[in-house]
Design a protein around this ligand. Structure first.
Ligand SMILES: [Fe+2]
Length: 435
């Protein structure tokens, strides 16, 4: 079944000439039934509007004090898309930024997509931009560049938003943004969607972020569920890699799987822990990444180093699987020595759908001089009720059975404070790291 409310470009322009601006959001992709999907379809259908551009998003770049990437989807090809950029409210000096057609084909659909890089920006400065196509122009959206010379910013942290119905994800993300409007940047630590090929899930995922991802930059992390096709077989994560144009990592085979970026005085290394899922198509992701991580951490001059990765570093016991012992995951065994060697301060992980603060660890034991390891919980509706047996390294565990949660990270000078909240805003943990 196909439902599609898209309008022709000519009628779109006429409509825009009448109302003067485009609002973003909603979805105008072709919808169809999926094994997972009636709830998702209904959710997306309710948001269908005759809009030319949607899912506008700001993406982090390697240097967020000087640049920002803008991406969006479109119902139909735009004739001459450009971005109009100016300092906030400075109507006298505006510049036009070229836009690239970044369309791709996946899940039986042509995803019309555009991408533009705003660069040579001044640090700690408020800009605004609008999308233009011929005589049509969108409303203005803010772009706040990072400050290089002061170490103060807030970040929202989500993980595992994969869902059968993305209303919980919408609720968690939207309420977090309302409660923490000072957030300048946000991440999701992987398994963004349940099925990485299913376009209806991506539509629902993006729709849930209207008013967030179009306002502040997003730093994505790839999870294993980004690597599943509609038959629940492993595949290369085409949609994830194309939806999120992240900084280059110079890799021939694994561009966009892992990357790094700076924000303020913090260097973030973002790892792609999907070797198991993609190894039948491409091998060598973990070894290549370990080499890259060493060089990346050697290169940075930022005082703070934070790693974002999907799969956790610890292995938890499961009561019904006695052969599975408490210990360290393959990812932990490979990367933890590198984190220790290069003085990584904090490691944020997901994948296990439980919130656990494990404190600081060196060589497998608690040590105040080691990296802080936080397993960040979940923000969708896939829950593992009391699945994991507590690990000896766990210091704080979320109340069981778990619902959803999110974290804030407040960076200020030589302190970083993490706070973990339930969806209703109840704080369940606070961790301060001092340098
Ligand atoms: Fe996962």
């Amino acid at each position: 079944m196909t439902e599609n409310k898209k309008i022709s470009r000519r009628s779109f322009i006429k409509l825009m000439a009448g109302i003067g601006a485009v609002a973003f959001g909603g979805g105008i992709f072709t919808l169809r039934k999926t094994s997972l999907g009636r709830d998702i379809e209904n959710q997306a259908r309710g948001l269908l509007q005759d809009k030319q551009a949607q899912y506008l998003r700001q993406m982090i770049t390697s240097d967020n004090a000087a640049s920002r990437r803008i991406m969006w989807q479109a119902a139909d090809y735009m004739s001459n898309p450009q971005i109009r950029l100016r300092l906030q409210n400075d109507k006298k000096r505006e510049m036009l930024v070229p836009v690239q057609d970044d369309s791709f084909f996946d899940d039986g659909e042509n995803h019309i997509q555009y991408s533009a890089l705003l660069d040579n920006l001044a640090p700690d400065t408020q800009y605004e931009f609008a999308i233009e196509d011929g005589s049509s122009q969108s409303k203005w959206f803010p772009v706040q560049t990072a400050a290089n010379d002061k170490n103060k910013f807030s970040m929202l942290i989500f993980t595992d938003s994969q869902s059968s119905d993305y209303s919980d994800w919408r609720n968690v993300a939207q309420n977090a943004m309302k409660r923490h409007p000072e957030a300048e940047i946000f991440t999701n630590l992987g398994d963004l969607v349940d099925n990485g090929e299913d376009s209806s899930q991506w539509r629902a995922w993006f729709s849930a972020l209207e008013g967030i991802i179009d306002q502040i930059p997003f730093a994505p992390v790839i999870g294993n569920h980004e690597c599943y096709n509609r038959d629940w077989k492993e595949q290369l994560p085409m949609a994830y890699l194309r939806f999120f144009n992240v900084p280059e990592n110079s890799s021939k085979d694994f561009n966009r799987y892992y990357y790094s970026f700076d924000y303020g005085q913090v260097h973030f290394a973002v790892l792609g822990t999907v070797e198991k899922e993609i190894k039948n198509f491409k091998s060598g992701l973990m070894d290549e990444q370990a080499d890259w991580l060493e060089k990346d951490l050697q290169r940075t001059t930022k005082p703070w180093r934070i790693v974002l990765m999907h799969k956790d570093v610890l292995q938890y016991r499961i009561a019904r699987m006695p052969e599975r012992k408490e210990g360290f995951s393959e990812e932990g065994q490979l990367f933890m020595p590198i984190f220790e060697k290069y003085n990584v301060d904090i490691v944020l992980t997901g994948h296990l759908h439980t919130y656990r603060n494990r404190g600081h660890i060196i060589q497998g034991k608690h040590d105040p001089n080691g990296p802080l390891y936080i397993l960040c919980g979940l923000s969708g509706n896939v829950r593992y009720d009391r699945l994991w047996t507590d690990h000896a390294l766990d210091e704080v565990v979320a109340p069981q059975p778990e619902t959803d949660n999110y974290l804030t990270m407040d960076v200020e000078g030589n302190e970083i404070i993490f706070r973990c909240f339930l969806p209703d805003g109840t704080q369940i943990d606070e961790i301060k790291v001092i340098k």
